[in-house]
Design a protein around this ligand. Structure first.
Ligand code: BGC
Length: 750
């Protein structure tokens, strides 16, 4: 029997290679299946499917986590031989992946190669800034480059698939996973999502240095009530479509080959069983033809959500909803074959899921050369390559946001006599990387303290004290730190959160500086020395006291292996900061959720009117608005002009503005375009970002910046949920943040 099956399979493969040969000979310079029409790839997949047993089919849908336990790994080897595992996560390394691939290809009955997946979120070995930080660069090209380099390194270590980009919009900074996304805005989030997909996947998914991207977590995971991870989401279809879905759609349009279902429910339906959003919207309305993977044990968790009494029931619910691959739960492989045999689950649904997995394996070229991605030599030479590190430094400094700089406290002179570097994060290599640091190693990191030491003049004395811990109540380090400050000409205070205080399951109910860090800051400030605060954190923090009292604040998030050099470049003026906030900073946690693109309400907040939408004990404005960030120079905005005063929906509108550098250094500015639909059939946000450009402006230079506004930017989902442009008056706002803007108006006519 085995021989017969092998012969059939050999025939399938021969016809595939014949096909490939004829394809290559046809003058087309690609020999990979990715260049083959989907009909032909589908024929191969169908032939393969026709010789698979039910167990082998479910094997393709079964993803397991690689383990360091030898008993477990022995079990996994046997399962691979039996064709019972289709992919692994949490594994990398050219040798280990080659070894497992060999078992799959040479020892299993059908020889179907494995997929190796990992969370390559912001770099593989060369760790780049966290995604929220990279979003602060407002530079999609630079972000694309980070993802490209991440893929180059990760694929050399045997990986085919990253569980990134995370494209969840987050409007609640208590939610720890805000750090993994691009902030609160769908337009910026979409630009970043597309950039990352392009970076990971490149132009040719079958190339040895490109990998499958995975848009996650579909959908509205960031809408968790109370900012508590995994919590219930209950939002309207409008909010879903307007706010949470656009980055997913952008990822899809950029070619994202896979999607991951989210842990949350929406309005009573857990995403892992949400056939409407996965099958009807994603696959139907949006025509997505790639695969959907569950989140970690997401299928099993459906039982806890309470939508099925047995593993088999929830397994069927997930598969029927369109979740193709079961990550870790092992419910598909263990419980579903029987359901097919007893006629409870249709074979067609299973075949469809298997087809999607096989198609993805074809797309990455695994049937051509299953070992293409595990190359020990590439692995050795590519990690931390000089060009990777130089990009890590470049994107890190582009991601820094200058929040305050009174009396030009910054930049500091490199010749400063004595400089105190204080704070529990100043020399924390591990936190500098942020969470999800893939194959990143603390020893690869240059910390802020080291970066400063490497930058100042040989005569400068750099004194260092930890002061206190990030969390904890030990005061004994505060006085020594104060003594150090007294001996210094300036103090750099590195404060914030450790890497594991944001990220998955790391939510906080307060956004204050944790532990004794504010007390430390106050004690240092009381010395009268100029204090420059360098914030390292994974979410907006409530820093009203600092904002009021210290002269300079840099938001640096977690910047990766080149954190120290990048921060030092900015502190000492080798780089003029130009990053802008991708998320609003509240004054206190009680203002949350607070975001710039809110609705007006019937009673917009007014200090002089009691019966308006506000708190008695809080201002209505944030501490720092969306899009905010200073520079060492000044920019003046003038001459906002529209190419027409009226337009039809089919026309385009040009919006231009002059941006002049009126300060004394050249620098980058992120020019932002917002739009308001003044009166429509449904309520609209007070402002919506619809364009941005990060530009360089030399001292004294005046640059004209032009945006093109098309119907898409003006469209809304009407009451029937149809996307239309409604006639009426629109406002256009342009400026360097979401508050300080120039304004013009135009009218859309029928
Ligand atoms: C996370 C995903 C991640 C997966 C695999 C889950 O806990 O929610 O974002 O991709 O683990 O590591």
């Amino acid at each position: 029997m085995k021989r017969i099956v092998n012969q059939i399979f050999a025939l399938v493969l021969t016809s595939l290679s014949l096909h490939l040969t004829s394809y290559a000979g046809s003058g087309n310079n690609s020999t990979s299946l990715i260049g083959v029409s989907s009909g032909q790839a589908n024929a191969f997949v169908d032939s393969l499917l026709s010789i698979m047993t039910l167990e082998e089919k479910f094997g393709q849908l079964n993803q397991q986590r690689w383990s360091s336990d030898s008993v477990e790994t022995a079990e996994y080897r046997t399962a691979i031989r039996n064709g019972a595992i289709g992919s692994f996560l949490g594994i990398h390394g050219a040798e280990v992946t080659r070894d497992l691939q060999r078992i799959a290809v040479e020892d299993s009955r059908l020889g179907i190669p494995l997929l190796f997946a990992h969370d390559v979120i912001h770099g593989f070995r060369t760790i780049f800034p966290m995604p929220l930080a990279e979003a602060s660069s407002w530079d999609p090209d630079a972000v694309e480059k980070s993802a490209r380099i991440a893929a180059v390194e990760a694929t050399a270590a045997g990986l085919h698939w990253t569980f990134a980009p995370m494209v969840d919009i987050a409007r609640d900074p208590r939610w720890g996973r805000i750090v993994e996304g691009s902030g609160e805005d769908p337009f910026l989030g979409s630009a970043m999502a597309a950039a990352r997909v392009r970076g990971f996947q490149g132009d040719d998914l079958s190339a040895a240095n490109t990998m499958l991207a995975c848009a996650k977590h579909f959908a509205a995971y960031g809408g968790a009530e109370g900012g508590r991870d995994y919590n219930t989401v209950d939002i309207s279809e409008r909010t879903l479509r307007e706010i949470y879905l656009p980055p997913f759609h952008a990822a899809l349009k950029a070619g994202a080959a896979t999607f991951m279902a989210a842990f949350n429910e929406i309005g009573g339906i857990p995403m892992h069983a949400n056939g409407y959003l996965i099958n009807e919207m994603l696959r139907g309305e949006w025509s997505f033809d790639g695969l959907v993977v569950s989140d970690y044990t997401g299928v099993m968790e459906l039982q806890r959500h309470g939508i099925g009494a047995t593993p088999a029931e929830v397994g069927m619910a997930a598969l029927q909803a369109g979740v193709d691959v079961d990550m870790v739960s092992a419910i598909y492989i263990n419980d579903l074959p029987e359901m097919v045999r007893t006629g409870k689950l249709s074979k067609t649904a299973v075949d469809e899921a298997v087809r999607r997995v096989l198609r993805v394996k074809v797309r990455v070229g695994l049937f051509e050369d299953p070992y293409r991605y595990c190359d020990p030599q590439r692995e050795q030479t590519l990690m931390l390559a000089p060009s990777h590190l130089s990009h890590a430094r470049e994107i890190a400094r582009k991601s820094i946001v200058l929040l305050k700089n009174d009396r030009q406290t910054l930049p500091l002179s490199k010749e400063i006599k004595t400089l105190a570097v204080i704070g529990p994060l100043a020399d924390d290599r591990w936190s500098s990387m942020g969470s999800w640091a893939a194959a990143g190693r603390p020893e690869d990191v240059t910390t802020v303290l080291q970066g400063i030491r490497n930058t100042v003049s040989p005569e400068t004395k750099v004194l260092y004290a930890q002061g206190c811990e990030v969390q904890g109540s030990d005061r004994s380090g505060i006085q020594p730190a104060v003594n150090l400050a007294k001996k210094s000409d300036a103090v750099i205070l590195v404060s914030g959160e450790t890497a594991n205080m944001s990220g998955e399951a790391s939510c906080r109910s307060t956004l204050d500086l944790p532990g004794l860090q504010l007390e430390l800051a106050q004690a240092i400030h009381a010395t009268g020395k100029p204090v420059i605060v360098v914030l390292m954190n994974g979410r907006p923090l409530t820093i009203a006291w600092l904002a009021e009292n210290v002269p300079a604040i840099l938001e640096t998030w977690f910047l990766g292996v080149q954190m120290g050099p990048a921060v030092a470049d900015v502190l000492f003026g080798d780089y003029n900061p130009g990053g802008k906030l991708p998320v609003t900073f509240p004054q206190t946690v009680g203002q949350v959720p607070i975001y710039y693109n809110h609705k007006n309400t019937g009673r917009p907040s007014r200090d002089d009117d009691y019966f308006t939408s506000k708190y008695l004990d809080l201002p209505s404005t944030p501490l720092y608005p969306f899009g905010f960030g200073l520079s060492y120079t000044e920019f003046a905005y003038n001459n906002l002009k529209l190419s027409r005063a009226t337009m039809k929906a089919s026309d385009t509108l040009k919006v231009s503005v002059e941006v002049a550098n009126v300060g004394r250094r050249s620098g980058d500015e992120v020019v932002q375009l917002y739009i308001l639909d003044e009166a429509a059939s449904i309520t609209r946000p007070v402002k919506q970002l619809t364009g941005f450009q990060r530009i360089q402006v030399a001292v004294g230079e005046k640059r004209s910046v032009e945006f093109t506004v098309t119907a898409d930017a003006l469209a809304l989902y009407n009451r029937g949920m149809k996307r239309v442009v409604e006639p009426g008056t629109f406002s256009v706002f342009v400026g360097g943040n979401s508050v300080e803007v120039l304004e013009e108006r135009f009218t859309v006519v029928e």
